[in-house]
Structures are given as structure tokens and as C-alpha cells.
Design a protein around this ligand. Structure first.
Ligand code: PMV
Length: 330
């Protein structure tokens, strides 16, 4: 099945005309605690394994969708040239819905340079804004599948809190979507350490492909997830940082190990990233309960609880602390 056929299947029974003048939505960014790395279907963004994330509450994307004669895009009030890659990607995604063109306005509450991918929250917000504009009232699973067609990790950004993206078995991906975990953890904190917001040497899409094609080590990745995911899920249900932290950190570093074993090698860490990891390991050795996760970029994220905030802010003055279970802002 192609992406258009998936969309057609999900939307064929749904309205073609807007029920209001503008559709609006907010979607949070998310950080994977058990990572998604590698696709079994590159077109439908179907993953090799399940993954599990926490949505970042107030950090995310607000999207406004208005039917218009010509497609436009503005991000944080700045008009983006329509032939730029970001505008193309946005409108190509919306074209799948076959109901445009639209004036698209997005506003991000993710701090600039935080090294957080904004694409996940953006595609999730666009999907939910379309749902609002046309009054579809799609079930969560269907919104997640549609958002996934924009970017894999967007499938997890359609809901707040902890979310598991189920790998699914079907070739059309209709069973590969988000499933929220029924648990909150008000004291959980994610800390963002800012190393660099320079463009990545390679995007996550080609990097995943190269890892799968060239790294023998990648063959062990599904086994790594099979070991980590049940521990991470169970630790979340028990709000047990002492179990969550090591499993999440090992999972992230294993993902990076598979990239390093690719050819040509992929290393997102900068020297400063490595220095930070050593500092955090030292703090942990000295008794602080803090763990690391890191995505396709040089900026490590810390996993800890509210009680450790003051000590970590003192150790890392630029630390951006996120409370995932706080409500949105901005
Ligand atoms: O959804 P993409 O194509 O941006 O890939 C995201 C990959 C990681 O952020 C490294 C891992 C994840 O699960 O979010």
C-alpha cells in the first residue's frame, strides 16, 4: 500500500468540506526512552521495533490550518518560502489528505537551539488541526497513523504523557500506531543540555537507512529493544527511576553504537557531548540519580526527578528543565 492509499482508506468516509474557518491544534514534542531506529517500510515509516516515549507537555507545536487558494507556511510569524524543503515537506504531507490547499501557521514552544526535533510535534499538530478543521473526530490510532506518514516519531506526539508506538505486523501499517500508557509521573523531569544547534551531518532518515544496510551490529538492535522495552514500561508503571534510568540510557547508547558501527560511520556526539556524559557519570557515581538519553544530534537529555532539579541546575547553568506532566504554555 502507498501512503496515499493508507490516507484514502482512513479518510474515505470522512468530510471533504471544512466545518469551521480554521482548524487549530497543539501537539507536544516527545523524547523516546526506548528508541525507534530503523524502518521495515521506508515509505510508510513502519518501524523495525516498538518504541516508547514521554511527551514534553508544554514544549511542542501549535498549528493553524485555513483553506486558501494557494499554499503558504509561516513558522513563528516568519513566512517560509514555499519552495524551501521545510515548506515542501509540510505541503506534500498535507497534500496526502487531498483537501487543500491551506494556509499553514505554526508556532513552536520548543526553545530555539534545544536540539529537539520539531518535526514530530509539527506533523502531529498538522494532523490534529486537519481533524479539527474538517470535524472528522478521528480515533487516536488513526491520527497517529496519519502523523506517522509525516515522520515516524510524530506517531507518538498525538497524545500527552507516556506513549508506546506499537511496531505492528501488517504490511499496510494499520496496527502500527501510538498507544498511551495509563500512568502519570508528575515528578519526572527531562533536562535538555545544549551543545550545538548546527545542522546535523546526516538526517535521521538516511542515517537509519545506512545503519540498517551496513552495520552488522544493527542485527542485535531488535534484541536490545526486546530486552529494554518491558523493563522501561514496567519501571514507568512503578515510577521507578532506578530501573527506568539504566534501561533508557543503555538503550540510547546502544542505538548510537549501531550508528558508529555503520559505514561511513555516524557519530552525532561532539567532543562537548562526550565531556558532558563523563560529567554526568561522575555525578551519578557521587550519588545523584540522573540518567542520559540522546537522539540524532549532539545534545544530551537528562532523565531525573524534581528533587534533583536544584543540584543539576547548579551543575549545568544552561540546563532547560521540562516537566512533562505540566500543561501546555505559549
Ligand atoms: O521520526 P524521525 O525520522 O525523526 O526519527 C527519530 C529517531 C530518534 O529520535 C533518534 C529516536 C526516536 O525514537 O525518536
Amino acid at each position: 500500500m502507498t501512503r496515499s492509499e493508507v490516507v484514502q482508506t482512513l479518510l474515505s468516509e470522512h468530510a471533504r468540506s471544512p466545518v469551521k474557518s480554521t482548524g487549530v491544534a497543539y501537539a507536544p514534542a516527545n523524547i523516546a526512552l526506548c528508541k525507534y531506529w530503523g524502518k521495515r517500510d521506508a515509505d510508510l515509516h513502519l518501524p523495525v521495533t516498538s518504541s516508547l516515549s514521554v511527551s514534553l507537555g508544554p514544549l511542542g507545536t501549535h498549528a493553524k490550518l485555513t483553506p486558501d487558494a494557494a499554499p503558504t507556511l509561516s513558522i513563528n510569524d516568519e513566512t517560509i518560502p514555499i519552495d524551501s524543503p521545510v515548506a515542501q515537506r509540510c505541503h506534500d504531507f498535507l497534500a496526502l489528505f487531498d483537501r487543500g490547499p491551506f494556509r499553514v501557521e505554526t508556532r513552536s514552544t520548543v526553545p530555539v537551539g534545544a536540539g529537539l526535533a520539531s518535526s514530530a510535534s509539527a506533523f502531529a499538530a498538522l494532523t490534529t488541526a486537519a481533524d479539527d478543521l474538517f470535524g472528522w473526530d478521528l480515533p487516536l490510532a488513526h491520527r497517529s497513523i496519519l502523523a506517522r506518514l509525516g515522520s515516524g516519531s510524530a506517531s507518538r506526539s498525538v497524545v500527552p504523557g507516556f506513549v508506546e508506538w506499537q511496531v505492528g505486523e501488517r504490511a499496510d501499517g494499520m496496527d502500527s500506531h501510538a498507544l498511551p500508557l495509563d500512568v502519570t509521573w508528575p515528578d519526572l523531569r527531562i533536562g535538555i543540555l545544549h551543545v550545538s544547534d548546527a545542522p546535523k551531518p546526516i538526517g535521521s532518515r538516511p542515517a537509519m537507512h545506512r545503519t540498517r544496510e551496513t552495520a552488522v551490529l544493527y542485527e542485535s538492535w531488535p534484541a536490545q529493544v526486546a530486552r529494554d522495552l518491558p523493563v522501561i514500561r514496567d519501571a514507568i508503571h512503578n515510577r521507578d527511576l532506578a530501573r527506568l534510568g539504566p534501561a533508557a540510557e543503555a538503550n540510547a547508547l546502544s542505538m548510537h553504537a549501531t550508528m558508529l558501527a555503520s559505514w561511513p560511520p555516524i557519530l552525532y556526539a561532539q567532543p562537548e557531548t562526550t565531556a558532558l556524559l563523563h560529567r554526568i557519570w561522575k555525578l551519578r557515581k557521587d550519588g545523584l540519580s540522573v540518567f542520559i538519553t540522546i537522539d540524532a544530534g549532539p545534545n544530551p537529555k537528562l532523565i531525573f526527578e524534581a528533587a534533583q532539579t536544584a543540584e543539576l541546575e547548579a551543575a549545568f547553568p544552561g540546563l532547560e528543565v521540562v516537566a512533562p506532566f505540566q500543561t501546555e504554555r505559549g
